[in-house]
Design a binder for this molecule. Structure first.
Ligand SMILES: Cc1ncc(COP(=O)(O)O)c(C=O)c1O
Length: 295
């Protein structure tokens, strides 16, 4: 099952089927860990510096002390990439708070556990981009203001269940909506709408994860001369949008053509979405975006 993967646990390569963490690890017990998911283009991780900086910020927000500096972690990733059979891969980095007694008190944990999982990259089906996808709007998302809001913490159950619910209803992704109807993000993606030629996306203050792909779309918009703003958006903005799309590291830019059964714009992927996706792909080919550790 896991033979295609490569697993590195606390700096040592471990056979995937034998890799395990303690049942007393707080990552297992409480979802007390932070993570990143990245992918390569031409063997180079896209936005590595940005992903690692976000890992650092996520850890800081929830008070997990990283066991290595970001530069050391990058070196460890380089080693793991070099030892991996496939050139195009996805990489999951997880840092848990570590093992400790059965205690709710996070300060009782020992040293953080770090894990790299490398897997061959499966290409996304082309129809996602050609035809676009449907989404369902569902209540959910982190509470804005909580330390975990905006941090990529591993406690994803609410998001996974929201996505599962959306899929059961025939949609591809769930868009999470706050108690007053504010649009937040996808269960595992960020969301953008296009209205009167302007691209709009929820602000970080909505309690969203500020995606690396989201940031790359900002750059793509600037390069393409497309106005883009971060704003407070509502579910109604999605239904009334000319275009809508979602972004994530593994899926890039996916047009959304239907929300809760309502066609978005023409019901087909729109020109602004296509332009931004093309420009995003140029960024991935250039390979510099978000590469460095500097803020
Ligand atoms: C909740 C959430 N928002 C946004 C994203 C997109 O982030 P990125 O573009 O960095 O992959 C993800 C990715 O997994 C996510 O889980």
């Amino acid at each position: 099952m896991s033979s295609n993967h490569s697993v590195w646990l606390d700096g040592r390569q471990v056979a995937p089927d034998e890799a395990s963490v303690s049942v007393f690890d707080r990552g297992f017990l409480y979802g007390d860990s932070v993570f990143e998911v990245m992918r390569t283009y031409g063997g180079v991780v896209f936005g590595l510096g940005m992903h690692l900086r976000r890992l650092g910020r996520s850890a800081e927000r929830v008070g997990i002390r990283l066991p290595l500096s970001l530069a050391q972690l990058a070196d460890e990733i380089d080693l793991a990439l070099a030892a991996f059979a496939a050139r195009e891969l996805k990489l999951r980095v997880v840092v848990t708070r570590g093992r400790g007694p059965l205690s709710l008190d996070p300060t009782t944990a020992g040293t953080a556990t770090r894990l790299l999982i490398l897997s061959p990259l499966a290409a996304q089906p082309e129809h996602l981009y050609q035809r676009g996808v449907a989404v369902a709007l569902v209540p959910g998302g982190a509470l804005p203001g909580s330390p975990a809001a905006g941090a990529k913490v591993s406690n994803y159950l609410a998001n996974l269940l929201a996505a599962h619910e959306a899929r059961r209803g025939g949609a591809y992704e769930a868009l999470l909506v706050g108690p007053e109807g504010q649009l937040r993000e996808g269960a595992s993606s960020n969301v953008f709408i296009v209205q009167r030629g302007r691209v709009r996306t929820p602000r970080p203050e909505a309690g969203i994860l500020a995606g690396v792909t989201r940031a790359a779309v900002f750059e793509a918009a600037q390069r393409s001369g497309v106005p883009l703003e971060q704003d407070v958006l509502f579910a109604s903005d999605v239904y009334g949008a000319e275009e809508c799309f979602l972004t994530s590291s593994l899926r890039e830019v996916v047009p959304i053509v239907c929300a809760d059964g309502v066609a978005i714009g023409s019901g087909e992927p729109g020109p602004v979405t296509r332009r931004l996706h093309a420009c995003f792909r140029e960024l991935t080919a250039e390979g510099h975006f978000g590469a460095t550790f500097a803020d």
